[in-house]
Write a protein that binds this ligand. Sequence first.
Ligand code: ZN
Length: 386
Amino acid sequence: MKTVLHTDWTVKDICEGFVYNELEGKGLFGMNGKLTIQPEYQRNYIYADGKKDVAVIDSVLKGYPIGLIYFVKTESGQYEVLDGQQRITSLGRFVTSRFAIKQDGMEQYFRGIAQDKQEKILNTPLLIYVCEGTESEIKEWFKTINIAGIPLNHQEILNAIYSGPFVTAAKEVFSNSQNANINKWSSYIAGAVNRQDYLQCALNWVSKGKIEDYMSQHRHDTDINELKVYFNSVIDWVDGLFADTYSEMKNIEWGRLYESYHKQPYNTKEISKKVAELYADECVRNKKGIFEYVLGACKDSKLLEIRVFEDRDKKVVYARQTKEAQEKGISNCPLCALGHDNNKKRIWQLKEMDADHVTAWSKGGATDISNCQMLCQTHNRAKGNK
Ligand SMILES: [Zn+2]
């Protein structure tokens, strides 16, 4: 691979003939059409937040470096931005007066700032590496370069590595903030559309966690039907099951739960009621576990991380039980005391015993001292497994 460092290309050169797509939020072309700012493997423009874009301009005005920029020179002699799209788009949007910066306490667009400042920006040279090489060389390298500003996340890197018709089509659906379904999806998926979190989720579900394999296999596909159909099946399944939405629903592996439970029939009214009850139960420490617990017929209470007894309560109960047992000459484990073996009269130490809910939590027993008994570890385990 060949790389050449250019130090004499200025903001003016790069932003000459800047074309920006307002609808899609993309910087498209610069250098009078010779530079493609957002090739298909690039992520969406995420600097337009009035902070990061302004910071780029402030840095230039103060003479601070804005970091290395990488272009790829294609066989046809065009340039494509490999890294630096966010910074170039910020510069291009500013010099075409699409956003303002604060100058002397006032909001100012490029056309309104003093001419010497305009010139300072336009004449600022950028540090640009131009690389020429095979597609695989460039992509391998893209995977390893360290990016100034916001690093590419894992999915953005995969989009670059497996760029092609499949990624392009998938991004149109799952990375597109204009998609009217995003609002519904956002009840069940965390993260940001433009950082590829929805795409990552959709790929994760359809591939059962093997995103890279899936992207590699489907790289040259021109349709994304399987991805779309599977994703919609999962979403529709969840959406149809639970009447209410809870914030914890965003962080649940719905794809895995769909695989395990979607063939089972549920009474949606009942499970929604059960979910609401568990949400109101202060003994349930892991709210996230409620959905899987309910789907699994309320059997695996480990998912809920039920509140356990406090040490000071255990000590109080231990002391009371032990005193009573010693007076009667029986074991301080009430279950041992009922037995017929050597442990019938055994006084266990505190560390040999565990706290147990007299009435199980699942049958409405509270986690407070009135519902606490100490059992020897063997009996506690045996009871816990029932
Ligand atoms: Zn016992």
